[in-house]
Design a binder for this molecule. Structure first.
Ligand code: PHE
Length: 345
């Protein structure tokens, strides 16, 4: 019995040494026979009990050798089989087959509109300033001359953070005015694009989130005429050289005097259509001279400096440019809608 076991191990060792399985099935057979959980060497190990004392050492060494060799060879066979499979697959490649088209993404209409506005202002020296969407009450309201009990706060239904009377989602990009004026010295010439939030009922015309671009220019001797000319330049670059602008008196707590700016309707050439509601004009922004109190709040001397500010919504302009009739389409991110827009910047 014991001699048989010895002979058997020697034979198996020989078999392992000579093994040269061809193809994945043969490799698998080798694995099951010599390496798997029920391999043939396992029960033989127990046979050491029956081997005469002087042969025990040799037997043990042989069986270990068989085990180690089987594992090492299996690893080599496995890798060889893998390489062979890959090569076989490469043989099947049809290099003349037409490529599969990559589905390119497209720019979101809000981004296209936003980028266009930014580029127009960058050409005359405005620099982009981006700021946080979660703001404190001071930067969003108080610094902007809108104290606690000011009725203007009702104009913008505010989302406050849970359990906070202090932290909120900014209701306008005017908060960036305060951020910039408290950290930079004039001359200041920034545009601040970004998302804003208001607790409004969602409909085809309004949403609880939208985008604005804020503009702020502070220097010595900045006048209302400077503002008018800057905004006129913007309107013509944005909506074409025949565009006219109209400033209507308005009210904002942070500007004095304040105005609302309309552009002549570029869809119907002011002849009247449903976009301009047959008035020939489309309102696109609020603007005005920065209120001296706002300058004081932010540590800028109104005796030395003056400036103008403006703020415009992006969605409405994007909707006009692309004749989109429902603002909700801009936030649903339906690919069928989005892929209709330009891939260009
Ligand atoms: N913050 C104002 C709004 O959201 C717009 C505005 C900005 C008006 C700057 C005047 C000056 O309606």
């Amino acid at each position: 019995m014991s001699v048989d076991a010895m002979t058997q191990v020697k034979e198996l060792l020989q078999e392992i040494e000579n093994a040269n399985p061809q193809g994945p099935e043969a490799v698998e057979q080798f694995r099951v026979r010599f390496v798997g959980t029920k391999n043939i060497l396992k029960p033989l190990m127990g046979e050491i009990r029956n081997v005469p004392g002087e042969l025990k050492r040799d037997f043990g060494q042989l069986i270990n050798q068989a085990k180690t060799l089987a594992e090492a060879k299996f690893e080599v066979f496995r890798l060889q089989a893998e390489v062979a499979a890959e090569e076989a697959q490469a043989q099947n490649l049809d290099l003349t087959a037409p490529g599969e088209p990559l589905d390119l993404g497209s720019r979101h209409p809000v981004s296209i509109t936003l980028n266009r506005i930014i580029q127009i202002f960058e050409r005359i020296g405005f620099v982009v300033a981006e700021e946080r969407e979660i703001e404190d009450d001071w930067h969003n309201f108080s610094a902007m001359n809108t104290p606690e009990d000011h009725p203007a706060r009702d104009m913008q239904d505010t989302y406050y953070l849970l359990n906070s009377a202090e932290m909120l989602l900014r209701t306008h990009t005017s908060s960036v005015q305060a951020r910039v004026m408290t950290t930079q010295k004039p001359p200041i010439r920034i545009i601040a694009p970004g998302r804003v939030y208001r607790n409004e009922t969602i409909s085809a015309r309004s949403h609880c989130q939208f985008h604005q671009v804020e503009g702020l220019y502070i220097d010595k001797g900045v006048s209302f005429a400077d503002m008018k000319q800057t905004l006129y330049y913007f309107a013509q670059e944005m909506y074409g050289p025949h565009t006219k602008i109209r400033l209507r008196p308005s009210f904002f707590p942070f500007t004095e005097p304040s105005a609302e700016m309309d552009v002549s309707c570029f869809i119907c050439n002011s002849k009247g259509c449903n976009v301009c509601k047959y008035s020939g004009w489309v309102e696109i922004m609020g603007c005005g001279m920065v209120d001296p109190q706002v300058l004081i709040n932010c540590g800028i001397d109104p005796e030395v400096y003056s400036g103008f500010a403006f703020g415009m919504g992006i969605e409405r302009q994007a909707m006009m440019l692309y004749t989109i009739t429902d603002i909700r389409l801009l936030f649903e991110n339906d690919v069928r809608f989005l892929k209709q827009f330009s891939k260009a910047l």
